[in-house]
Write a protein that binds this ligand. Structure first.
Ligand code: HEC
Length: 244
């Protein structure tokens, strides 16, 4: 049993280290082939365009998959998240009915239509998760209304309000609920940051956690007077919040 765990550990860690060393892969690095995109055009025509329209501009709930709308929805996230959503939720009237290759091809087509370049390597189930979506001039701040996670110190503001101080920059998350115990304890070594977020709608009362290192998830609200997080979950990372 232990040997298995070890072997799996080694297999998972090696590619991760490699990716870090060689730099982050983004949608600008030619992450799908032109063939995938042209097959994807047909997938899109047959299974997506009835709702998202043939120019990807969207209609009503079936939102735009192009231009600013695409970037607002997905930047500072990964293609893996986008792929996961499409594969499980789309086509909206008949979800999860296409095969994986067809979903990857539809994604390649969407990337092509958004002006991200094709390249020599194909988009695959294995590599899609780590490809980052960001602007051509590099990563920016996670935009307002994104579902995010931040880690910092819980401080009271007054009797009924709290803020997260010395917090990390917010990162996108798809899961609004509290991370599992293993993930939370993994965050214990995450260095604190310089951000402060006023916490909105915190429930239940987090007073017992004042002074603790906490994970907070929720919708980010950017505001020149101070960024806020409209809280969906709060999880304890460590019983103290030092490194101030
Ligand atoms: C029958 C109409 C319909 C079809 C066909 C359809 N969609 Fe959608 N799509 C929707 C609707 C409605 C939503 C909004 C759903 C929601 O917000 O829960 C949506 C949302 C999305 C989103 C955003 C998901 C998110 O989590 O934000 C993406 C991306 C997407 N569709 C891609 C596709 C792709 C790719 C296809 C083809 C494989 C497709 N859709 C086919 C109606 C459709």
């Amino acid at each position: 049993m232990r040997a298995w765990v070890l072997a799996i550990g080694v297999v998972c860690v090696a590619p991760l280290l490699l990716a870090r060393q060689t730099g982050t892969i983004t949608v600008w690095d030619g992450v799908y082939t032109a063939e995938q995109a042209s097959r994807g055009r047909l997938v899109y025509r047959d299974h997506c365009s009835s709702c998202h329209l043939s120019d990807l501009s969207g209609a009503g709930e079936a939102r735009s998959l192009a231009d600013d709308a695409f970037m607002d929805d997905w930047r500072e996230g990964t293609l893996g998240t986008l792929f996961g959503r499409v594969r499980t939720l789309m086509p909206f009237d008949d979800p999860a009915t296409l095969d994986d290759q067809a979903y990857l091809e539809s994604l390649a087509y969407i990337l092509a239509e958004n002006g991200f370049p094709a390249g020599g390597r194909a988009l695959t189930l294995e590599n899609v998760a780590d490809i980052r979506i960001e602007a051509e001039d590099g990563p920016g701040e996670v935009p307002s209304f994104a579902m995010v996670r931040a880690v910092g110190c819980l401080d009271p503001v007054d009797e009924n309000s709290w803020r997260l101080s010395y917090a990390t920059a917010p990162v996108r998350t798809q899961d609004p609920s509290v991370s599992n115990a293993e993930e939370l304890s993994g965050l214990a070594t995450t260095p604190l940051g310089v951000e402060t977020f006023t916490l909105v709608n915190v429930y239940p009362d987090p007073t017992p956690h004042v002074g603790h290192k906490m994970e907070v998830k929720g919708f980010l609200i950017r505001d020149p007077n101070g960024d806020r997080i409209n809280v969906s979950s709060v999880g304890m990372v460590a019983g103290a919040c030092r490194q101030r």
